[in-house]
Design a protein. Structure first.
Length: 254
């Protein structure tokens, strides 16, 4: 096993686990497709990063921060739901992204390239994934309560707007990490499918989010191994592996 593949595997495992955990919260809040939309918001930043020879995750995160801040600001100023605002920002970003992403690097931006993961990238991915885990653990019960009743959450001393902003920042960071391995086109599936699989099989909240983490890790682990031994593109293989687990969960659910 080469060092570079080992770095890719480590990145995938950490990112997959964090994506699954965050996905369990997003699915509970009925915002599963937000991750998919934000993957397209990242496209212009990835295009600029490729043009400048920078890491695509860095470019993606900068644009995602701008997008998240704009969505959060518009959510406060208007009565439109978050999903609608994300949709507006998403289609505009997608159009801009296709204009500036170099044609030769378009496939990498859309589907990722896990083969380019270095030791530094793997280390940063692991550290940031652990940070995402810790922050989600702190805001999870607050976000669940706010989803049930914002007034009840406020009565408990929870700043709902601040929690929503932190939540959106976590999604942005997760998407920025995820585009490295599965690309902007598939990153939404990285958070949606493991959580959906766990929901089919779990009977408790703890089982649900733990299952989401496990299926996220397994999807990236087996998808990366299939990439290694078949030579097929890693991003699509990881998502298809995750989809396989989901289909099995449907059978077991019966």
């Amino acid at each position: 096993m080469t060092d570079q593949f080992l770095f890719s595997l480590i990145s995938g495992i950490f990112i997959g686990g964090a994506a699954g955990y965050l996905g369990s919260l997003m699915l509970t809040k009925r915002m599963a497709l937000v991750g998919d939309a934000l993957g397209h918001v990242a496209l212009p930043g990835m295009g600029l990063a490729l043009l400048l020879g920078l890491d695509v995750s860095l470019g993606a995160f900068v644009f995602l921060l701008l997008g998240i801040f704009l969505i959060w600001l518009l959510e406060i100023k208007t009565s439109l739901p978050t999903e609608a605002l994300v949709g507006v920002i998403f289609v505009a970003s997608l159009a801009v992204g296709f204009l500036i992403v170099p044609e030769l690097e378009l496939l990498e931006a859309l589907f990722g390239d896990i083969s380019k993961v270095s030791f530094g990238t793997a280390a940063v991915s692991a550290v940031l994934s652990v940070a995402i885990f810790l922050v989600i653990g702190r805001i999870y019960p607050k976000m669940i309560l706010a989803g049930i009743s914002s007034d009840l959450a406020k009565s408990e001393g929870i700043n709902v707007k601040r929690q929503n902003f932190v939540y959106l920042l976590l999604i942005a960071l997760m998407v920025a990490l995820g585009v490295k391995i599965v690309g902007s086109l598939l990153v939404g599936a990285l958070v949606i499918i493991p959580a959906a699989t766990a929901r089919n099989l779990s009977k408790t909240l703890k089982g649900y989010y733990m299952g989401s983490i496990i299926f996220g890790v397994l999807s990236c682990l087996f998808g990366s191994l299939l990439f290694k031994f078949t030579g097929l593109p890693a991003g699509p293989v990881i998502i298809l592996t995750s989809t396989f687990f989901f289909l099995v969960s449907l059978i077991l659910k019966r």
